[in-house]
Ligand binder design. Sequence first.
Ligand code: ASP
Length: 319
Amino acid sequence: MLGGIAAASAKFWNSVIPETGNPERGAFPMVIATWGPNIKANAAAWEILSKGGYALDAVEAGVRIPEADPSDTSVGYGGFPDRDGHVTLDACIMDEKGMAGSVSFLQHIMHPISLARLVMEKTPHVMLVGDGALKFALEQGFKKEQMLTEVAKKAWEDWKIESKYKPVINVERHDTIGMVAIDSSNRIAGACSTSGAAFKMHGRVGDSPIIGAGMFVDNEVGGAASTGLGEMVLRTLGSFLVVEEMRRGAHPQKAAEIAVKRIVQKYPKQSEEAQVGFIAVDKKGRHGAYAIQKGFNYALYQRNENKVYEAGYFLPDSK
Ligand code: ASP
């Protein structure tokens, strides 16, 4: 299928600039999230945004929805464990002032996104990991909880029979929530939370908690977030790239396409087998989304409508 990459490299496939109407009119508040099921997360964020609330509160509230949902097997409670059977969680958050907080390789905590916010607000640091992050959580009054559900345990036990780690495209194993919101006072915030790649090596950290990889916002420009095989986003600092392209004048759709194209051109072989998707929004309230493979969707709540849209994709003959 490498011919597909070569053909695709000649131009952007399935590139459609989303209709955003007059961005100046009624664009705010707005919230966008990776993956269709996160329409529920958007609704929680909207509760805050629609009352004139703060974008940072909105993204935190939104991301807490899949974190507590046991049926979402790639975020928070119910997330699939690593190959040793431990659920390890990653999250990050960023506000309109460019402040950021992040937790990674965190166990036993239901809402990593709220802990990431406290790292940002209550410590002089950006990132806490592992036991240090857990210690901070307990000091802040978080409860230690069992995050491995019976369903996730069973999936891990089934996986152990063959013990083959092969990333699968667009199944629940890759459903990280990345969210960007702009409130009615034009403040931009972003958040991201995941249990990472299912059955990963113990200690593996992906793109999601890394500021600039899994998520990035800059109030002067806009914001972006990613989902999919984190290693490819980490190597290209994907969300930062999207925001920087918007800074240079690209429409959010084009900016997302440039970041995907960068990944495919650098890692053509791996791209055949993997999915990466980006969502992007600029400070005018225009948005975009793009992925390597067909099948990436996103939820947008804007102008009182909360809807799921299919993203464009790079590979012409993707599955
Ligand atoms: N990006 C996440 C990671 O690599 C996984 C995902 O989006 O499904 O950890």
